[in-house]
Ligand binder design. Structure first.
Ligand code: COA
Length: 435
């Protein structure tokens, strides 16, 4: 079977409108561009991290096509069609825009009148069709000075990505490619001109675009600027907690579970939130209301190869310390591979950050809107303190800092909550028993 479709291009001399007619029938399946659909959360672009198919592969509906990474999470894209993969539109690490094709798939047996209908629809609403669709149906001679008749500049997705990231209108770039196509060299030359060779002037200074997880950090941190933060710090003696963990961590390790301090901190937060539900909440600025959430979905600030990401452990109120540890291990594994799915990243209700893995004592943690409170712990330090009868004793101190949205949470509530949390981390048995 051979695809014998041809297009004739008829252009009216009196108007700029154009039409395409299919002159011979499709004996083989129709080739459809499979577009990246809206994956929610306001995501407009993603980075292609892995392809599970290559041209020539047969795919069925729901087969995995590729793994993409947004600034919030990684998502596996599955096929909507049965057919043969013809073209992959992106290379690994290219940025794909929502609405543009990811792959072309040749469908199993299609009727050519479906094609005609689609072409007619295109004629009626040319602006509604994404550019790459048009490129695949335009005959070569429709292309004039780098723009097709719909006024779009020709360029590859990689070039478009650079343009998008640097806020460049491709029409401003001088094209040197065939048919006036804007090449990567063209846009790089344009960029160099725009920055006035600042890179060379600063010797080794390089321009690094903000991407993926860092983009999300940009958004959430900018949003946090409008939140009046109330910050409160205290020290906790975690000597008993350290002994308690020492006793059980070996046994858990043999079961493949790494038990750090974090699961205790997370459980202590959940137990304390039972008493202070106003802190496990989402603020709706528009309606000026606070929704107390029943589930304790505790967000954990996590350092990953691609920067800070904040997945959450769901329903901590129902989990034991060991179950929290297992869940944290799972999230850390995914974080290391930068493949946390959206479901693990969304829905957090209260946040904890442990910078003590790196060092440091006190912090001013930044609230993750719409949450209303966040805690951060520093590194456990062995320090001298006064004991009974002014004796000097060695204690293991953990510093904790809390920030709360002072529009809806008062300082006394934060201090009381902190005392409760401290009670639990200083008394691990009571923590485990929930009393
Ligand atoms: N003080 C002393 N030791 C600590 C500690 C602390 N505050 N926190 C962790 N440790 C120890 C752990 O117990 C573990 O030692 P072990 O092997 O003897 O058990 C070791 O440090 C490494 O712990 P880690 O693997 O990092 O796990 P964790 O559960 O303690 O922490 C994360 C998990 C996700 C919080 C952590 O890996 C991380 O990413 N921290 C950075 C968070 C961040 O970026 N914060 C800034 C936000 S702006």
């Amino acid at each position: 079977m051979h695809r014998a479709a041809r297009y004739a291009f008829l252009q009216s001399t009196s108007t700029k409108s154009c039409r395409f007619l299919i002159l011979s029938s499709f004996r083989q399946g129709k080739i459809v561009p499979y577009k990246l659909t809206d994956i929610g959360e306001g995501i407009r672009e993603v980075t292609v991290k892995e392809w599970f198919v290559k041209p020539g592969d047969k795919v069925s509906q729901f087969d995995n096509i590729c793994e993409v990474q947004s600034d919030k999470a990684s998502v596996t894209i599955t096929s909507r069609y049965d057919g043969l993969v013809k073209v992959l539109h992106y290379k690994i690490d290219d940025v794909a825009l929502v609405g543009n094709p990811l792959v072309d798939i040749e469908l199993e047996e299609q009727l050519d009148n479906e094609i005609s209908q689609e072409e007619n629809a295109q004629e009626r609403h040319p602006q509604e069709k994404p550019e790459m669709d048009r490129a695949s149906i335009f005959p070569k001679d429709v292309v004039m000075s780098g723009e097709n008749l719909l006024g779009k500049v020709l360029a590859t997705p990689a070039v478009r990505r650079i343009a998008l990231e640097n806020n460049i209108n491709l029409k401003d770039v001088t094209p040197t490619g065939r048919d006036g196509r804007v090449l990567k060299e063209d846009i790089l030359a344009h960029l160099k001109g725009r920055f006035g060779n600042a890179e060379e002037e600063k010797d080794s200074g390089k321009v690094a675009p903000v991407k993926e997880y860092a983009k999300h950090m940009w958004k959430t941190m900018t949003k946090a600027l409008s939140i009046p933060h109330f910050t409160y710090s205290d020290d906790c003696d975690v000597t008993k907690l350290m002994l308690f963990r020492e006793e059980i961590k070996g046994a858990l390790k043999r079961e493949g579970i790494s038990l750090t301090y974090m699961p205790f901190f997370v459980k202590a937060a959940s137990n304390a939130l039972e008493k202070f539900p106003h802190l496990n909440a989402w603020l709706d600025e528009e309606s000026q209301s606070v929704k107390m959430v029943e589930q304790h979905n505790i967000s954990i600030a996590m350092d990953t190869p691609e920067g800070l990401v904040v997945p959450n452990i769901k329903n901590v109120q129902n989990l034991s310390i060991v179950e929290i540890a297992r869940e944290l291990n799972r999230l850390q594994q995914l974080g290391k591979k930068c493949s946390l799915p959206l479901s693990d990243i969304t829905g957090g209700t209260f946040c904890l950050s442990n910078i003590g893995t790196i060092g440091g004592t006190y912090m001013k943690p930044v609230i993750l809107s719409p949450q209303v409170a966040i805690g951060a712990v520093g590194k456990i330090q062995k320090l001298p303190r006064f004991g009974e009868r002014d004796s000097v004793i060695a204690v293991n101190l953990l510093s904790v800092s809390w920030s709360a949205d002072h529009r809806v949470v008062d300082g006394v509530t934060v201090a009381k909550f902190s005392n409760k949390w401290k009670h639990y981390v200083e008394n691990p048995l009571l923590l485990a028993l929930g009393i």
